[in-house]
Design a protein around this ligand. Structure first.
Ligand code: NAP
Length: 463
């Protein structure tokens, strides 16, 4: 008879950075087995489907995740959707604990008239498309131009603006999805206007990304000097101790853009500040954006807010990319805070209601825990915080043994008809994509398979 205590089994739902970091921490913590689920046949979440294709260095973090995936005790179940193929209750019945790390699958809304006109698109969808996310494979974007407006001042706004302005040569060496590569190479867009509702001192993008805009091969960065004259509240804040290095550097770079002479490139990125969209204009499709000028005022807490003035203008354009943030969605059976788009939790322990008691064995990490903010590395600390609480609960005997084990989980998934992509199947997909990239002229890091069917078929093929 086997005298050993049964190993603790933890399900991690979502194989993006937060899931990978959580899995790694669990596997290093002792006798714990990890079942890592993803609804896509591919792992690594936004590293594959979000990070811009011209940022291969950022993507190299997958090497760390690949090491985790090879550790004993981890099983990957790609192409299994929790909430569709298997419920939360079923997962819990097969594991001592479940950690939800499935990120933020949708976008925040602007709430203005015309938002859903054809040609007004969430930047998240555009990002998914150029990155070959299977949900976006069939999308078509009208890039006939000549002007696109990007709404928002975060890193995603900068990413999409830059992707629209890269030359075919710059794009050709990336892993941009083939369909997007062809569409972007034939794009007629000559100008991208990036609209910030507040000023450069409040922009959410990071300095290297802002600097990169000024280094594009065939696009100038244009800033109106009047837009970078700081209002009293921003100037006072910038001079104080709360303003960090990123803010100061961003303001300096934007000021530099406002004074430098254009290089005379064929295309332009125009950074506009203190402008909010109040309506997306057009009858059958986008024809422009009506924007209002804002004034910035500090509220009683010192937070600097944008207030609309009477001063309006129309910016004509044929494409609007709304880049005002991602948004998480709930899963049946889990307490969800609609306002923040996050699972109700305290430090990663899922609570029955805000401020309430913990749901035994249920945890969360990453964007679905704290909202869509931070860079990839932020998820490491976030996942470790969660796993440490889980381990504390395990040590305290608070994780009841599940009635079912791993073999029963497999039988259940098979009965549901989910074609599971295990790690070996993902490695077949990966090897195929990389080999196709090597054979490309010019060589590329990979040529992505972009439909669900292609991915599953390649993963399941033995050769
Ligand atoms: P984000 O950083 O939260 O930026 C959202 C932007 O939208 C802010 O400028 C915000 O302005 C603006 N906004 C929100 N509501 C608005 C409205 N109603 N009208 C006009 N503007 C509005 O979000 P993100 O760009 O989607 O990025 C998500 C996370 O991923 C961030 O942490 C980002 O740094 C990270 N990321 C990193 C990289 C990278 O490291 N290269 C690349 C992509 C994404 P206010 O500040 O005024 O609210």
């Amino acid at each position: 008879m086997d005298e050993r205590a049964p190993r603790t089994r933890v399900a991690v739902v979502g194989a993006g950075p937060a899931g990978a970091y959580a899995a790694d921490r669990l596997l290093r913590s002792g006798d714990i087995d990890v079942e890592l689920f993803d609804r896509l046949p591919t792992p690594w979440g936004l590293v594959r489907a979000g990070v811009a294709p011209d940022h291969p260095k950022i993507k190299s973090v997958t090497r760390v995740f690949e090491k985790t995936a090879k550790r004993e005790g981890l099983r990957f179940h790609g192409n299994v959707e929790v909430g569709a193929d298997i419920t939360h209750e079923e997962l819990l019945a097969h594991h001592h604990a479940v950690i939800y790390t499935y990120g933020a699958a949708t976008d925040r809304r602007l709430g203005v008239h015309g938002e859903d006109l054809p040609g007004s698109i969430p930047a998240t969808e555009f990002v998914a498309w150029y990155n070959g996310h299977p949900d976006a494979a069939h999308h078509e974007f009208d890039l006939s131009g000549p002007r696109a407006v990007v709404i928002g001042n975060g890193n995603v706004a900068v990413d999409v603006a830059r992707m629209l302005m890269l030359t075919p040569g710059e794009l050709a060496v990336t892993d941009t999805a083939d369909e997007a590569l062809a569409a972007l190479a034939g794009s007629g867009i000559e100008e991208v206007v990036v609209l910030g509702r507040r000023g450069p001192a409040q922009a959410a993008y990071t300095t290297p990304e802002l600097r990169e805009l000024g280094e594009l091969q065939d696009a100038d960065v244009i800033v109106d000097p009047a837009d970078v004259e700081l209002d009293a509240a921003s100037a006072a804040w910038l001079a104080g101790e709360d303003a960090g290095r990123t803010t100061r550097d961003n303001v300096e770079i934007v000021r530099h853009y406002a004074t430098r002479d254009p290089h005379g490139h064929g295309r332009r990125v125009v950074l506009r500040f203190l402008r909010s969209p109040v309506e997306i204009l057009g009858t059958d499709r986008v024809e422009g954006v009506r924007v209002v000028r804002n004034e910035l005022l500090a509220d009683e807490t010192g937070h600097i807010r944008a207030h609309h003035t009477e001063d309006e203008e129309v910016i004509e354009c044929s494409l609007v990319l709304r880049s005002v943030g991602y948004r998480g969605v709930g899963i049946e059976g889990l307490p969800f805070d609609e306002r923040s788009g996050t699972i109700v939790n305290a430090g990663g322990r899922v609570l029955r209601e805000p401020g309430g008691t913990a749901l035994p064995g249920v945890y969360t990490a990453g964007w679905i825990k704290r909202g869509p903010s931070g860079v990839i590395g932020t998820n490491k600390k976030c996942a470790h915080e969660t796993v440490d609480l889980l381990l504390e609960d395990l040590a305290a005997g608070l994780l009841p043994a599940p009635p079912h084990g791993g073999a029963e989980l497999d039988a259940l998934l098979d009965a549901r008809g989910a074609t599971r992509i295990d790690y070996a199947a993902w490695e077949r997909i990966d090897a195929h994509e990389r080999a196709a990239g090597e054979q490309s002229d010019p060589p590329r890091p990979r040529v992505k398979l972009t439909t669900h069917e292609q991915l599953v078929e390649r993963g399941m093929r033995g050769d």
